[in-house]
Design a protein around this ligand. Sequence first.
Ligand code: G1P
Length: 313
Amino acid sequence: MTSSDAKTQALRTVVVPAAGLGTRFLPATKTVPKELLPVVETPGIELIAREAIAAGADHLAIITAPKKSGVMGHFDTDQELEATLESRGKDEQLRRVRGVNGLIKAIPVEQEKPLGLGHAISLAEDVLGDDEDCFAVMLPDDLVLPFGVMEKMAEIRKKHGGTVLCAFEVPREDVFNYGVFDVEDSGEEHVKCVKGMVEKPAVEDAPSNFVATGRYLLDRAVFDALRRTKPGKGGEIQITDAIELMIQEGHPVHILVHEGVRHDLGNPGGYVRACVDFALRNDTYGPGLRRWLEQRIKEDDDKSLVSGLGLPS
Ligand code: G1P
């Protein structure tokens, strides 16, 4: 039996590549890993952990880099902080801090050199149990909303076996930022068969407008493909190229075309949108933010806004 036969196992391990330098977010990321930047009050890495748990996983393999130990620290118990909050009667804050303790078994995997997303994923092989025939990758830069996409992808794997990826349809001019799928219809709504995949092609070479976002449900066979994958775009080992190799060798790959929202937390513009989106839905901050935003946009429309903030450079 090959690992893609439908002996469909439950998902246990989610791999989170978190070794990047966060260059688009400097200088903030000089000392604070971008995975710890909060969306309202919850760091991106915790959102990912909660999404992973909801999808049934109990292990988070965090691919981390030297100097990024704070990401792992978020899952540690801080007894001193808890005792202080307790003695001051800060029950709500204590509840939030305790909510992270033991949330999921977070395992650090160090990537010493930035050799690419495919290389980062390949390092997680040792974390998987011998009997795990699939695992997930969740890129912490990508917030895919509403939550729950991995559960839908698991349903697709149950039916078709193999590997299942999450896709969005983007305007043609944006495809060069992504892994792009060559697809054909599967006969099922929102599901397409993948005939090929190419990393960040020129717009004129892109096989479609369906692009990979940060949710992958990968068959274990990907580790073997990664071992045979040569450096590609940017001189890095690309997960896209390993998946393309698997497709060419007959491995079934499908995409779930997600019709929700995606926020790119890895750049300030996308991050701010995510914060506004989450804050608007928050009972404490939402109503006040909505009133302020409406007023603020009206000022812009009226051109009555004093330009610039006067922030010293
Ligand atoms: C990575 C992948 C790319 C994918 C993207 C989704 O690129 O290489 O195929 O479409 O994530 O966010 P990155 O954004 O890390 O350059």
